[in-house]
Design a protein around this ligand. Structure first.
Ligand code: TGC
Ligand code: FAD
Length: 421
């Protein structure tokens, strides 16, 4: 690590990150991101030109704007909100949403690749984008009125607006059907009460897509807008994971909301779970990005680091680690490519998505752990991305359905028996 890097790390460690400091970091670390992706089975040959264009443009953006600052953001628990507009400009918000509403009009492979490139940088950055695209834009597009679509989607796509998705509650995580957040009718308005917890983007979100029960106990999606009386979004502190992403609560204290903010196209738990299919699919690609970054870092380190008079990559034990990482990454790449094609023709089942999310995230955690060991002591420092990815992936394995919940979804698909309850 150069002295210059230490200097900049110290600046951001004890002070707020200002735009000026961010620009200094970008200048100091310009061109240092040397990432190239592993493609052992020539999967690039299966991709169309538009997929490669998406990949290159997101990758170039990441290298230029994000890689130089991400370690400092995570270290400082700082959400770089200036990137919201940039992510919109580069097309990371809702690439799969039709262009007439401001989305990219692209297919699900393009969406997956964009998430992969973002998570290659950091799971928290991918979180911001996948919540916006799959959990806010997707439900408004799929279940919203024309008025809602025209009012919100273009601004969400461009990054002029940030959204969040409120399903989880303090007492209902894996079992969202038990939610207690509720609303009652009041003329042409509803009155919303309750609270959501662990909500990505919440403290800075302009709108929240919130799932709540009506007086008959039926779940509906409601667009809650910042500034509505009784609506607050306190920040969640003390995270050792996803530190470059912002998480919070949604608190509703008699919030009066026009009925026109209810999503008219769906009722019941299948509403939020349908959105989760899209987001979980994106994560299955995203986690591969984190694994690729760890693998590439370990591969380079093994070539550069010498012990006992030769590069550590020349020892069989280190080769075994690299060979197994590459094998698992390649298997996950093929699963996601196939799943993307099923998504494109509307044939992907929730259980297939569970398999991919579960497999990719576990694979990425294992790759990160092995890569960490290969870096020796250096692996615990912010000089390499490994420890940050490892800590991030501990959230990714939990949110959007825990590892065990996805196993139970698969178990039910295989046996026909419900082991949840
Ligand atoms: P169950 O009785 O099985 O189903 C209720 C209704 O939903 C339908 N359904 C689905 N529909 C679409 N897609 C799916 N994946 C679906 N799964 C179920 C089902 O057919 C039924 O429809 P209907 O018409 O008969 O009413 O529901 P259950 O209460 O037994 O729960 C099933 C279970 C446990 C699998 C589900 O609740 C679940 O997936 N739990 C995990 C919760 C979860 O994933 N939460 C995520 C919160 S959001 C988040 O974490 C964002 S992090 C974002 C980031 O930062 O990147
Ligand atoms: P619990 O449901 O209490 O689970 C605890 C443990 O019990 C887990 O290991 C689980 O697998 C296990 N378990 C539960 N039920 C069973 C069962 N039937 N059989 C066997 N084991 C079981 N939610 C949102 O709505 N929006 C967001 O934007 C969002 N962002 C998040 C961001 C972060 C950083 C994190 C950490 C979470 C986020 N979540 C979000 C919440 C996330 O979806 C939940 O944490 C997750 O669904 C698990 O719920 P829980 O934490 O309440 O755990």
């Amino acid at each position: 690590m150069s002295t210059l890097n230490f200097t900049f790390a110290n600046i951001v460690l004890y002070t707020q990150m200002t735009l000026e400091e961010i620009n200094l970091l970008k200048e100091a670390k310009k061109g240092q991101d040397r990432f190239t992706h592993p493609d052992f089975y020539n999967i690039d040959d299966l991709l169309y030109e538009e997929h490669l264009l998406v990949r290159d443009s997101v990758r170039n953006y990441v290298k230029r704007e994000l890689s130089p600052i991400i370690e400092a953001c995570a270290e400082n628990n700082y959400f770089p909100s200036h990137i919201i507009k940039q992510l919109g400009e580069v097309g990371c918000f809702g690439p799969q949403i039709p262009a007439e509403y401001g989305g990219g009009g692209l297919d699900y492979i393009s969406y997956g690749i964009a998430m992969q490139e973002l998570e290659r940088c950091d799971s928290g950055i991918r979180s911001t984008a996948s919540v916006q695209g799959s959990l806010v834009m997707y439900p408004i597009h799929k279940f919203g009125s024309e008025e809602q679509k025209h009012k919100f989607l273009p601004k969400l796509a461009s990054g002029d607006m940030l959204g969040c998705f409120g399903l989880t509650e303090p007492d209902h995580g894996s079992d969202p059907s038990g939610m207690t957040t509720h609303f009652k009718e009041d003329g042409d308005h509803i009155i919303l009460n309750g609270a959501k917890m662990w909500i990505s983007n919440a403290p800075q979100a302009d709108i929240a897509v919130v799932w709540a029960k009506n007086e008959e106990g039926i779940i509906h999606g409601i667009i809650v807008e910042r500034g509505m009386d009784g609506f607050s979004t306190p920040t969640t502190h003390g995270k050792w994971s996803l530190r470059a992403s912002i998480t919070g609560e949604l608190v509703f204290d008699n919030v009066r909301i026009p009925k026109s903010n209810i999503l008219p196209g769906v009722s019941g738990l299948k509403g939020p779970l349908t959105c989760l299919n899209s987001a979980r699919y994106g994560i299955s690609w995203g986690a591969i990005g984190a694994a690729m970054d760890c693998y590439e870092s370990a591969r380079r380190y093994a070539a550069e680091r010498k012990q006992f008079g030769k590069p550590i990559g020349g020892f069989q034990l280190q080769q075994k680690k690299l060979a197994e990482m590459l094998t698992e990454i390649t298997k996950a790449q093929l699963i996601c490519w196939r799943l993307g094609n099923l998504m494109n023709v509307g044939k992907a089942t929730p259980a297939q998505i569970s398999l991919a999310k579960r497999n990719s995230v576990e694979m990425a955690i294992n790759v990160a752990r092995e890569a960490r060991q290969m870096h020796g002591g250096m692996g615990i420092t912010g000089e390499y991305p490994i420890m940050r990815h490892m800590m991030n992936l501990e959230s990714v394995v939990t949110y959007e359905g825990t590892h065990d919940i996805h196993l139970l979804i698969l178990g039910m698909e295989i046996t026909g028996e419900n082991a949840f309850t």
